[in-house]
Design a protein around this ligand. Structure first.
Ligand SMILES: Nc1ncnc2c1ncn2[C@@H]1O[C@H](COP(=O)(O)OP(=O)(O)OP(=O)(O)O)[C@@H](O)[C@H]1O
Length: 248
């Protein structure tokens, strides 16, 4: 595949033969992948499968050892995120001493595409006081502030690396629902990594399943699942099959 920039390649992610090797070995191998527009993508796989590594390569925070990757037709440079991409990891990069207002001001100063009205709307929806210091907020409220920061940039691709892991089940459900509603309304492609397969059912319409640095399954759920098997079961069955093949 030719990775030079072409109009028809302005897809969120195209990876070809992508690999990342650390001193201990390969974290991601021979990954060829297309993430289409307007999808809510479940990025799943066991611990150490390579999910965070793939996200790091998409953000440009990591450099590939082999192959190449484009994000909306551009090669990630490693000098900051692509303007159309927001990234939220479990450790949310928020300053505890900042108030919510100051946090949004920071978002405005650091993002040329910042939409202050939209960010304030998202904070209002979460009923988080604008004058509260971030360090005094609950885990769920902090996640909502981090999401407002990520979405206020008006991204076309939102990368979420286990962002809900520290929330209770009710808060997880609320945040996930809000997030997905926003993504669908705004036409944002979301790449969401999670170990909780059940909560991705009915939320994600595209699946990328990684195992030991290799892609086992990738595609739209309705195409991968001929007989309507739910996403979680589809992923688990394929992972079990891979483990059995390794043992044989
Ligand atoms: N900075 C690093 N240096 C060396 N090895 C690393 C580094 N980061 C990741 N690895 C290794 O690469 C492999 C893939 O790790 P990665 O964090 O991408 O997996 P993951 O699917 O996100 O795992 P988890 O579900 O546990 O978060 C693992 O074997 C991990 O030990």
């Amino acid at each position: 595949m030719n990775l030079r920039r072409q109009p028809d390649q302005a897809l969120p992610v195209i990876a070809q033969g992508l690999g990342k090797k650390y001193r201990r070995g390969w974290a991601l191998r021979e990954t060829s992948l297309v993430i289409p527009n307007n999808r809510i993508v479940a990025l799943v796989g066991p611990n150490g499968a390579g999910k965070s590594t793939l996200m790091g390569l998409i953000t440009g925070l990591l450099r590939p050892s082999t192959g190449g990757i484009t994000v909306f037709g551009d090669h990630p440079t490693g000098k900051g995120l692509h303007p159309a991409v927001s990234y939220l990891a479990q450790q949310k990069p928020l300053y505890p001493q900042f108030t919510v207002t100051e946090t949004l001001t920071f978002g405005a100063r650091t993002n040329s595409t910042w939409d202050q009205g939209y960010a304030e709307y998202l904070i209002g929806q979460a009923a988080v006081p604008m004058d509260a210091k971030v360090g005094t907020l609950s885990g769920g409220q902090r996640t909502r502030v981090a999401l407002a920061l990520a979405l206020g940039k008006r991204p076309r691709l939102l990368l979420l690396d286990e962002p809900l892991a520290d929330l209770d089940p009710l808060a997880r459900e609320t945040v996930l629902r809000t997030l997905i509603a926003e993504a669908r309304t705004q036409g944002i492609t979301v790449l969401l990594s999670s170990h909780v397969l059940a909560e991705l059912e009915g939320v994600c319409d595209h699946l990328v399943l990684l195992h030991k640095g290799l892609i086992l399954l990738a595609g739209d759920v309705d195409q991968l699942s001929a007989n309507g098997t739910p996403l979680g079961e589809l992923a688990l069955n394929r992972m079990r099959q891979a483990v059995q093949e390794e043992a044989a």
